[in-house]
Design a protein around this ligand. Structure first.
Ligand SMILES: Cc1cc2nc3c(=O)[nH]c(=O)nc-3n(C[C@H](O)[C@H](O)[C@H](O)COP(=O)(O)O)c2cc1C
Length: 170
């Protein structure tokens, strides 16, 4: 599978099989995150891999009761160790860096037959408390990972004419 195939095949998976993720596959998706680019190559991140069933279940409530978070055999909490850093552009380095890393992870997951779903609707302080995250570290993204138990239809993307322009804003 090439990168474009993985981009086209990736979907948000909200139902997971009761099937563990093989350690070597887990290692590969984490490697995809670890190797991602970051602002100034600072790599100010840490990825908490949650496999304990009780902890996964406990994550459901702070993830706005999204039950599939507890159903997935693995939940990854992508954390920034420098959450207040702002780049010259005015944008949050943590949000950008962690999004790139997690996106790498989601695409390698597709290649390995695994599914993921970005979770942005979560109570970050509650998740941090549950996972023992220090106060100067922020949980930026939560991501369930596992074998898909559903196959959503095609991704609905806006047409290129609406989201791409050339030379100047139009
Ligand atoms: C930053 C971010 C946060 C998201 N948060 C949630 C979420 O909390 N729960 C959920 O079910 N989907 C969430 N999604 C998934 C989006 O709804 C989904 O990506 C979008 O509808 C497109 O569908 P697709 O991913 O299947 O192509 C999130 C996606 C992103 C990128």
């Amino acid at each position: 599978m090439n990168v474009m195939d993985a981009i086209k095949a990736r979907r948000s998976i909200r139902s997971y099989k009761d099937q563990p993720v093989e350690p070597e596959k887990l290692q590969q998706v984490l490697e995809a995150a670890r190797l991602a680019p970051s602002a100034n190559n600072r790599q100010e991140w840490k990825f908490i891999v949650v496999q304990d069933p009780a902890t996964r279940q406990a994550l459901v409530r702070p993830c706005h009761n999204q039950a599939f978070v507890g159903q997935a055999p693995v939940v990854i909490a992508a954390c920034s160790t420098n959450p207040t850093r702002v780049m010259a552009s005015g944008q949050s380095a943590a949000a950008v860096d962690l999004a790139i890393a997690v996106d790498h992870l989601t695409l390698v997951a597709v290649e390995l037959g695994l599914g993921t779903c970005w979770i942005g609707a979560f109570d970050a302080p509650a998740v941090a408390k549950l996972l023992g995250v220090p106060s100067d570290v922020a949980v930026v993204h939560v991501l369930p990972l596992g074998y898909p138990a559903d196959s959503p239809g095609a991704h609905r993307a806006k047409p290129a004419s609406e989201v791409i322009c050339h030379e100047k804003w139009s």
